[in-house]
Design a binder for this molecule. Structure first.
Ligand code: GAR
Length: 205
């Protein structure tokens, strides 16, 4: 199945620091990524990334998630994404699981970045897990989001070595540098319309 987003308008969802969002925004500003950030949505009003989005003059929408049914929150997010004519949703440190309501609104239209080489180490706090497990390599993965935890079809991965003197912080920093590089590359690839999904393999045609 060919993946062909209808336009180049991105909807960024974040809950925290927002360094991946900033790397994407910088890439667009420098002309290296042909895309437009249509809206930045956060469930945390004070998230540093959300403040940076406001400082950049981007359209921002705060949607509270606490003490609300997941579907209700997701419906509101989808409504905002549609309102801003988004065709590709980019999760950038968005710490929420998505319901069917959201997934069905954007089939193969939601990307996530994860700081491990999936399918190893899905979930949270995975840089520490890779280190403690004794993995000699780790890295990051950009994948389409489906109804499994960090289990959707893989678009791009980057590998980094795990060094003997690494701490969670030094390993996370090495991985993050690669995250910032491959997320924009994966967005570019998906927007190009050259991606095809065969069973769960993402192939570039
Ligand atoms: C990134 O390391 C990203 O890979 C991770 O959260 C961090 C967000 O940083 N995401 C996940 O663990 C998702 N399972 P950022 O807010 O600076 O982009």
């Amino acid at each position: 199945m060919r993946i062909q987003p209808a336009n180049r308008r991105l909807g960024i969802l974040l809950s925290g620091r927002g360094s991946n969002f900033e790397a994407i925004a910088d890439r667009i500003a420098s002309g290296k990524l042909n895309a437009e950030i249509a809206v930045v949505i956060s469930n945390i009003e004070s998230a540093p990334g959300f403040e940076r989005a406001r400082a950049r003059g981007l359209t921002t929408v705060y949607i509270p998630s606490q003490r609300r049914p997941r579907e209700e929150f997701d419906r509101e997010v989808v409504e905002q994404l549609r309102k801003h004519n988004v065709s590709l949703v980019v999760l950038a440190g968005f710490m929420r699981l998505l319901s069917r309501v959201f997934l069905e609104a954007f089939p193969y239209g939601i990307l996530n970045i994860h700081p491990a080489l999936l399918p190893a180490f899905p979930g949270m706090d995975v840089q520490r897990q890779a280190l403690e497990y004794g993995a000699k390599f780790s890295g990051c993965t950009v994948h389409f989001v489906d109804d499994t935890l960090d289990g959707g079809p893989i678009i791009l991965q980057a590998v980094v070595p795990v060094r003997d003197d690494d701490t969670t912080e030094t390993l996370s920093a090495r991985i993050l540098k690669e995250e910032h590089r491959i997320y924009s590359e994966a967005i570019d690839l998906v927007l190009s319309g050259h991606c095809e999904i065969e069973s769960r393999r993402v192939l570039v045609k």
